[in-house]
Design a protein around this ligand. Structure first.
Ligand SMILES: O=C(O)CCC(=O)C(=O)O
Ligand SMILES: [Fe+2]
Length: 209
């Protein structure tokens, strides 16, 4: 699919279902490059992920056990990913008038045994995160490797069980879908991010990193 068509497809899916799952969203080279990059980063670059907002941010390994690294445009490979998501942001604003203001994202590494229990990424009126994105960086992932993303509907029924395979993007409304990452049995890598509306619009600023 050419980019304009792909962006329209994502906008349609979001408008109709509130989420979209796009295989090969990342080109093979880019996805593999990010995977290699994540593998090359030494231990000290990664941080144990926290949960909760601002003053209550806490590390709780009963809830999540992934390690993260925020992306910035300083490295070309990070800049290329951010540019890709910026293009998507512009398209979604054009198609859906979403008023998306910026995008923040981090690499995430789930070592073998890691998971992230059921949660919402944002609460209505309490966060400026409106759209969650996860791009997966795992070549040759099999169902018995675990680590599926499970998305629930508003009656707590499984809506989608998504295998974290290389190049796939999942995008969903942050306040609408409870989701979890099942225990992974291999190293699992992804880029997780959020499109945000202007803090002065929602009146809330997300926690400092
Ligand atoms: O990696 C995934 O599939 C989802 C991660 C997630 O839910 C999060 O970081 O908030
Ligand atoms: Fe999440």
């Amino acid at each position: 699919m050419v980019t304009a068509e792909l962006h329209r497809h994502i906008a349609d899916e979001l408008a109709n279902n509130g989420y979209a799952i796009i295989d090969d969203f990342l080109e093979h080279e880019q996805a593999l490059g990010l995977h290699q990059y994540a593998l090359s980063l030494a231990d000290q670059h990664w941080h144990q992920a926290a949960i909760g907002r601002a003053e209550q941010q806490a590390i709780n390994t009963m809830v999540r056990r992934d390690r993260i690294l925020w992306l910035s445009p300083t490295q070309p490979i990070e800049a290329a990913y951010l540019a890709r998501m910026n293009a998507l942001k512009l398209a979604l604003n054009r198609e859906l008038f979403m008023g998306l203001f910026d995008y923040e994202c981090h690499l995430a590494h789930y070592p073998s045994g890691a998971f992230y229990k059921k949660h919402l990424d944002a609460f209505v009126g309490r966060s400026n995160r409106v759209l969650s994105t996860v791009a997966y960086l795992n070549p040759e992932w099999h169902d018995n490797d675990g680590g599926a993303l499970v998305i629930y509907d508003d009656r707590d029924q499984v809506l989608q069980r998504v295998t974290p395979k290389l190049g796939r993007l999942v995008i969903f409304l942050s306040t609408q879908f409870v989701h979890e990452v099942e225990r992974s049995f291999r190293d699992r890598f992804s880029v997780t991010g959020w499109f945000r509306v202007n803090a002065s619009v929602s009146g809330i600023v997300d926690p400092p990193r």
